[in-house]
Design a protein. Sequence first.
Length: 435
Amino acid sequence: MIPRYTRPEMASIWEPQTRFKIWFEIEAHAADALAELGTIPKQAARTVWDKAKNVTFDVARIDEIERETKHDVIAFLTHLAEIVGPEARFVHQGMTSSDVLDTCLNVQLTRAADLLLADLDKVLAALKKRAFEHKMTPTIGRSHGIHAEPVTFGLKLAFAYAEFSRAKERLIAARKEVATCAISGAVGTFAQIDPRVEAHVAKAMGLVPEPISTQVIPRDRHAMYFATLGVIASSVERLAVEIRHLQRTEVLEAEEFFSEGQKGSSAMPHKRNPVLSENLTGLSRMVRAYVTPALENVVLWHERDISHSSAERMMGPDATVTLDFALVRLAGLIDKLLVYPANMQKNLDRLGGLVHSQRVLLALTQKGASREDSYKLVQRNAMPVWRGEGDFLQLLKKDAEVKKYLTDAEIEEQFDLGYHLKHVDTIFKRVFGES
């Protein structure tokens, strides 16, 4: 985790003290269930809670023990025994390290997902607000980066809103998929521990029992989780790249808010650069970078190995912390985005009416011209305008072959900007509902 791109609430999920607190809760809840089943004394389970529930674990001491044992869970259990005393011998009865590690990881991932879902709500709120603000603000739609036909800036933002709505649905599903608990013992057979212990711990930790674990929780669950984060990151980048393009000097239809005292360049005082959008592109790349190791972690030897462990120690914190930061930054960027309708109109007019070429094409076919002939007639009048030689409307009016099919008034009718925007309300209702 890089402090520059880390928000405290998400970072706290991955701090050692939080991890050891979760480990303790897993062990203590398991002890409660074992006590109810008569496997260990009830007083021992109570003592575990009484002596360690409110303890701040000594991370340095655990690290010291681990340097000798070369085993993180044993190091923690040894430190816990130093706190609890003789009754600690009843802790971890019938359990294996993965029961603690995997269940803890899934608790952390579900908590991280909850924060990310809240972040997505911020993004969605900002997009909805700005989309309705610019619902009917006309701008040029582009394909291949080239002027195509008119759209509205509100539609651009509505598209992003729909995309992040899908992202939210996917993350809800990914959270549910990863929210499982395994307390099944060595190789997952429950030979040394009753399945009812797993059910009790799962409920206490806000999880559900893993239907079948092989000492580890199957990593296809985690692969789906991190793949979902990767897709969300791509959506972040898609919107960030759109803003970067719109801020180019030659376009300048929108730009990032530039605060008082902000500097764009160490060399050129005039610069106002899309630094937030460019930053989001970079952060998105890092989130996606963890998708491949998550997929590769699915493949473990037999009932378990730990080839996934080292990767997860990095990817869990890094991917969630980075995406958390990126989503909050994106929400703020959209909320403060500067929009220039006049420049949008100026760009709409740059091609001298060529954006209406399809309407003229269709009008000719409606009047009896073949599609091939219609295309040829429209294109031969469009190309001079593309080269800066004349006005599309006027050239069409002067074309004798075009005039065989369309009157001046009928040609002019095809240049109505409002025609392109007549279904904006319909699209908005599809995206936002009736609100």
